[in-house]
Ligand binder design. Sequence first.
Ligand code: ADP
Length: 452
Amino acid sequence: MIQKLLIANRGEIAVRIIRAAREMGIATVAVFSEIDADSMHVRLADEAICIGPAPSVKSYLMVPNIIMAAKSSGADAIHPGYGFLAENADFVRHCDEAGIIFVGPSADAIDRMGNKAQARATAQAAGVPVVPGSDGVVETAADAAQFADEVGYPVLIKASAGGGGKGMRVAENADELEKQFTAAKNEAAAAFGNDEAYLEKYLAKPRHVEFQVLADSAGNAVYLFERDCSIQRRHQKLIEEAPSPALTPQLRKKMGEAAVALVKAVDYVNAATVEFLLDKDGKFYFMEMNTRVQVEHPITEQITGIDIIKEQLRIASGEPLSITQDDIELDGHAIEFRINAEDPAHDFRPNPGRIDQLIVPGGFGVRVDTHCYPGYLVPPTYDSMIAKLVIWAPTRDEALARGARALAEMIIDPIKTTIPFHQAALRVDDFIAGDVATDFIETHQIDIEDEG
Ligand code: ADP
């Protein structure tokens, strides 16, 4: 078993990983940038090492500094969390060379699945349905136009290296296509240093339904059911729930087995998420595989009782899965509300700053994963998510009521957060009915109370 774990991340996920490691008797090493010196993960870890100044390219993305920190502290494993280096195959190769366990899949598996165009081809070969799209990368606007004429508009231009909604543009008609194709490529080049793009048919009103999978090095793989992440702004998730209100037990089994088949087809080891779009007729299409733990993993933990971070650590230590598919039971309903330092009344513009007052809700079925504390300064440098409110209840209706109760208790002052957005969403009939698609925010009147 891993003895000492370095966490190559910050924020709530670093805290989450430190907690799991501590319960397993694993020593922890935090790394931090200068601006994060007072951050919670630094306080909670057994040791902490500064790896550079605030900009992530000079700290949390600095591979040599992180490897050096692991070596000098004697850590035998690194957990990357999500974001930063989590899906960086080169980083995994550096860990391999240094003899450090990377808590995640192999570099080759990341290469195979991290490139979206290639992942689509792999899914097709494994018999998993994919969104109608171009065969591989599309080089020119003329080729893109030809594809769009074949499948019909609207089409979606996607960066092969994309993530976090970046490098993705919709073209409604031929006039828009050239402009959007160039825009997507430019955005991808700037964000990922790779301007390859491909096309997909833009599906009307899909739901985003993703399956959590765990696979060990002995070739066992299980699915821990699904998460419905249809509530998004600018293609980024805001509210997730498990199970999806849209799945029947039969469809759940079919999609879960497709996800496991894909994971097995690429000899994948550790935690993965297989993302699908689901249309109104119950047809599902593979979108991409995320080769890391997801932000929204806690809702799966709440309905299965399985600690995904601990499973990751056990798998990385070479242990076989302790569970089989038949052991996994779906219990109740869970919802995650992402609390971001953003002003939802003004187009979700970032709102970093000092938190003077912080009141965290509690009670039965309420879990808050956060790195914030009263007096904490939310830096403008990183992701705007500052907390995750995770609700569990025996039924969806009870989870909605509990969510509203907990959100009303939660106070984060004076910065603006997405709390009023969530409260407003909980008042929308279609959300209450579970009748939503990824265009929910654009197509619904959501009366957010402006806090001024
Ligand atoms: P990223 O990796 O940047 O998060 P994804 O491929 O996961 O991008 O897609 C993010 C979101 O974009 C999806 O949840 C969905 O809302 C939307 N989306 C992606 N592909 C399609 C498509 N072909 N048709 C309609 N919506 C799509």
